[in-house]
Design a protein around this ligand. Structure first.
Ligand SMILES: [Zn+2]
Length: 517
């Protein structure tokens, strides 16, 4: 009796950790043990996303994150540094308060777009106007004076705020088809309306502010309940605000029906001039071949609508956790294990392109690189990226990974080289065996990627833990392998798009001075 009570108590004490089958490699066993029994993932995610928040290039929070990462590594005994690679237009987000004050009072849900101008410490009170549907650019120029002193609504009104899955579950076939047809027609009509102004989005914003508009209201719906994508403002002197679909639609209908809704807006933000931008680099020095590298890679920056939890907080904490575990259980690797937390991926892989350009000696001696950057899901796809012999080494290293993790991964060999999308592409273009640890979606594109809902609560920690184990084991095996990984490229197939043989992507230079108009 007593014995069984103790057993129950033990089970209750350790209910949450995932159990993996035994592996006879000591290092692999210890990696799994450390990852499952002493996981730091939740703490890291909390400090990064809740404490520091979004990491837009050029913001003080981005710099704070770089300093946090260096301090983290140093607390684990791993030397780390921030390497400056350029400068960017600096900006700091302040509060955004948006209130409907006529015909009734309601606080609206919305935020400034990145790098938006502020209301200069004041609350601006103004009526709204919808971008008019006019015959051509001349008619538009004649209409422009109407925006003076008003908030201009420049996005279409969405016919539904429900996601398509919800419609598919509950709508009749007829009303689903009707909704989709209406939405397509409305989308095309709005595109047409914008096209007839004769102005690019940038020039439209400038024209509105030059005509004396009080601000620009937009709504970049991400096709899911309550979710918008938040990118950069195009205006330079007046604020651009993204409103939730719900509140934008309400304002649109009130404006259209002639109620003349009035909104109070206070938007605080600071323009900080040009500021330096960085990559965070940390290394566990190799003991036999210190001049050869295994690289762990994830971009560190984010857009700033949410807190960059799955883009790319999860890739970031995967690499931090893998490095922490490796330092603890495999402190003397054969090759140097280097981690790169890149800046400004979101504006065009800039930090990693700069690293490739600035470090030819390292780039020439990379055994393999593993990048993770498509959300919180467990890794389910691994491509050989066009390297003829990638199967030989990748599948050998994967053999050490517990079957529970490995069996979910669909691999493609030799595959074709990725031309962009994330930082592995910067290295791949330079001929480095650079691979993307590609995740299960968890509705990434709709619900978290570049959205205002990319927050801590969307992280699926069980999956991220598996990714940290996978990454640590791949790094360990790549470091131990007595044979250098072959860089021989396969003959690429005919492109479906051009009808010509595909060519290997070529290296591109980063933007070193960014955000300058
Ligand atoms: Zn990303």
């Amino acid at each position: 009796m007593k014995k069984s009570i103790r057993l129950i108590a033990l089970i209750l004490l350790f209910p949450a950790s995932i159990v993996f089958a035994q592996n006879n490699d000591q290092v692999v066993q210890q990696i799994i043990k450390e990852a499952t029994e002493n996981s730091q993932l939740k703490k890291l995610a909390h400090e990064l996303t809740d404490g520091i928040g979004p990491r837009l290039v050029g913001t003080p929070q981005m710099k704070q994150a770089h300093d946090w990462a260096v301090a983290k590594y140093e607390s684990w005994g791993i030397p780390a540094r921030n390497e400056k690679w350029g400068e960017w237009r600096g900006w700091e987000r302040g509060i955004t308060h948006i209130d409907l004050v006529h015909p009734r009072t309601e606080s609206l849900e919305g935020m400034q777009l990145a790098w938006s101008a502020s209301t200069i410490g004041k609350t601006v009170s103004a009526e709204t106007i919808i971008l008019a549907d006019l015959a051509d650019s001349i008619a538009f120029q004649n209409w422009l004076p109407n925006v003076r002193g008003k908030f201009v609504l420049i996005s279409m009104q969405q016919p539904t705020g429900r996601d398509d899955r919800n419609w598919e579950e509950f709508a009749t076939k007829e009303s689903l088809e009707k909704m989709k047809a209406e939405r397509t027609a409305a989308t095309n009509a709005w595109r047409n309306r914008l096209g007839k102004t004769g102005l690019s989005p940038k020039n439209l914003a400038i024209a509105l502010e030059n005509a004396g508009a009080a601000g620009i209201f937009a709504s970049n719906w991400s096709s899911g309940f309550g979710v918008n994508k938040i990118f950069s403002a195009q205006s330079t002197k007046i604020p651009t605000i993204d409103l939730s679909l719900e509140d934008y639609g309400m304002l649109y209908r009130l404006t259209e029906s002639g109620v003349n809704p009035k909104v109070n807006l206070r938007a605080d933000s600071k323009q900080l001039g040009m500021v330096p931008v960085f990559n965070t680099i940390a290394e566990i020095k190799g003991t036999e071949k210190p001049e050869e590298y295994v690289v762990l890679s994830a971009h560190f920056d984010s857009w700033d609508g949410g807190t960059g939890a799955t883009d790319n907080g999860t890739g970031t904490i995967t690499m931090l956790e893998a490095m922490r575990i490796l330092k603890k259980v495999y402190p003397n690797p054969k090759r140097t294990i280097l981690v790169g937390h890149w800046g400004s991926e979101e504006q065009g892989l800039n930090g990693s392109r700069a690293f490739v350009e600035d470090n030819p000696e390292i780039v020439r001696n990379i055994q393999a690189l593993f990048n993770q950057d498509n959300g919180t899901g467990r890794v389910v796809d691994l491509s050989g990226q066009g390297f003829l012999h990638a199967y030989n080494y990748l599948s050998k290293w994967l053999q050490a990974v517990p079957n529970e993790i490995r069996s979910e991964i669909k691999s493609t060999f030799p595959g074709t080289p990725g031309g962009g999308g994330s930082d592995y592409a910067s290295f791949l273009a330079a001929g480095v065996p650079a691979f993307s640890l590609s995740s299960l979606s968890w509705a990434y594109g709709t619900y978290t990627w570049h959205t205002n809902r990319d927050t801590y609560d969307k992280i699926v920690f069980d999956d991220v833990q598996k990714n940290a184990i996978l990454t640590a084991i791949l790094a360990y095996k790549a470091s131990e392998d007595p044979t250098p990984a072959s860089r021989e490229k396969s003959i690429l197939p005919i492109s479906q798009r051009t009808g010509q043989p595909m060519s290997w992507p070529s290296p591109r230079s980063p933007i070193r001075k960014g955000g300058v108009n």
